[in-house]
Ligand binder design. Structure first.
Ligand SMILES: [Zn+2]
Length: 388
């Protein structure tokens, strides 16, 4: 009898423990934002005449986080650091992956040999196509030289060697479009809200962005090597303006995200310390890609292989790849898929395979394409225009 009672007690404890751990694992419905203040501790980042990069980054990061926490009750803010401490580069990305972040913002301050360089840049992950962008990635990635055994941990990646960056050419980043979209919103706000010089949305091979599994951007808030900009970024007022600009961009991005997810947009309309009338959500600006590598001359959403027959009928295709670059008909990037067509949207080239007015027929082809491109999905067109 005693034995049976013990068994029951054991089973009950087991149930309680598993319910508890399930509760811990289940992600609540909050949008998770990771704010990464670059550098810290023994790593000062770029050094100005009066202030160090690590302090500017942290100041803006904390102000941004506070604004978001005060205005978005449905957003959980996670910092990679809240103090002046050293955090390894891999760990910053790992934190974002562990908390299953929806968005990752890394905040940095730029520096250049020329004291006249001035202005803001927002980077997404990609291959740097200019020396200038590559230089920024090299400088930011070089923090791993302060980590023990960096060569093994980063698989032989040498942040100083140009050859190491070739791997970014073959990168498939399924979050590229969202990252570029968010980066554009940030640059627009830097110009509009903070009155900064907009040096555009750019791409380069940043290690911290390579390892994050969500839309991610790396912001260079300005040049510490420029006396006027150093003064601005070192001031409370300057940091507040930069944080507010990123906050506005976040509000735009988040309301778009909520709409796509079919969620109600949750925002408080009053800023802390505001007069009660200021509206948090700035009018969503149409993101403009200013990077020179991304041509945007062609009208958006016009597909190049226009389906001339089947007027008004729905046409289904499989989209398997997105890139800021235009590739030829027989590019090896398609992994043997042929024929491939391409349309342009939001400044990016989107590559599709297959074409049919029968959705079932395209659905049959999807598993085969997914073996090559695991994130492939079906897109629908009518009269050559993508149907949302
Ligand atoms: Zn930095």
């Amino acid at each position: 009898m005693r034995d049976i009672a013990n068994k029951y007690a054991f089973v009950i404890i087991l149930i309680i423990v598993s319910l508890f751990s399930f509760g811990l694992q289940a992600k609540d419905n909050k949008f998770v934002l990771v704010i990464d203040a670059g550098h810290g501790g023994k790593d000062p980042g770029a050094i100005g005449a009066r202030i160090k990069e690590k302090n500017i980054n942290l100041g803006i990061a904390l102000k941004l986080g506070a604004l978001i926490q005060a205005n978005h009750p449905d957003v959980k803010v996670v910092y990679t650091r809240k103090k002046d401490v050293f955090v390894e580069l891999q760990e910053r990305a790992a934190i974002a992956n562990r908390v299953k972040a929806d968005l990752f913002i890394s905040i940095h301050t730029n520096s250049a040999g020329s004291k006249s360089a001035y202005g803001t840049e927002t980077y997404t992950l990609g291959l740097a196509r200019t020396e200038e962008n590559l230089r920024v990635a090299k400088r930011e990635n070089s923090v791993i030289l302060l980590e023990d055994d960096f060569s093994t941990r980063y698989e032989g990646f040498d942040p100083r060697s140009t050859e190491s960056y070739i791997m970014f050419e073959f990168l498939q980043d399924k979050h590229m479009e969202q990252s570029i979209n968010f980066a554009s919103l940030i640059q627009t706000q830097f110009k509009r809200s903070a009155g900064r010089i907009d040096r555009g949305v750019r791409q380069a091979g940043f290690l911290v962005l390579r390892n994050t599994g969500m839309p991610s951007v790396l912001i260079e808030v300005g040049y510490i090597s420029n006396a006027a900009e150093e003064r601005f970024l070192g001031s409370e007022d300057g940091q507040r303006k930069m944080a507010k600009s990123i906050f506005n961009a976040f509000c735009n991005y988040k309301s778009d995200f909520d709409r796509k997810m079919g969620r109600a947009v949750v925002t408080r309309n009053i800023l802390p310390g505001g007069k009660g009338t200021s509206k948090v959500i700035a009018k969503a600006d149409k993101p403009s890609i200013q990077d020179v590598q991304v041509e945007s001359a062609a009208p958006e959403q016009k597909i190049e292989n226009v389906v001339s027959s089947d007027e008004g009928q729905l046409v289904y295709k499989i989209q398997f790849m997105t890139s800021p670059s235009k590739y030829g008909a027989n590019s090896s990037y398609y992994k043997g898929l042929h024929p491939v067509s391409c349309y342009k949207e939001g400044g990016l080239y989107k590559y599709t395979y297959g074409e049919s007015t029968s959705k079932a027929e395209i659905q049959k082809k999807l598993p085969g394409v997914r073996k090559l491109f695991k994130d492939a999905f079906i897109v629908t067109f009518r009269n050559g225009k993508k149907v949302k």
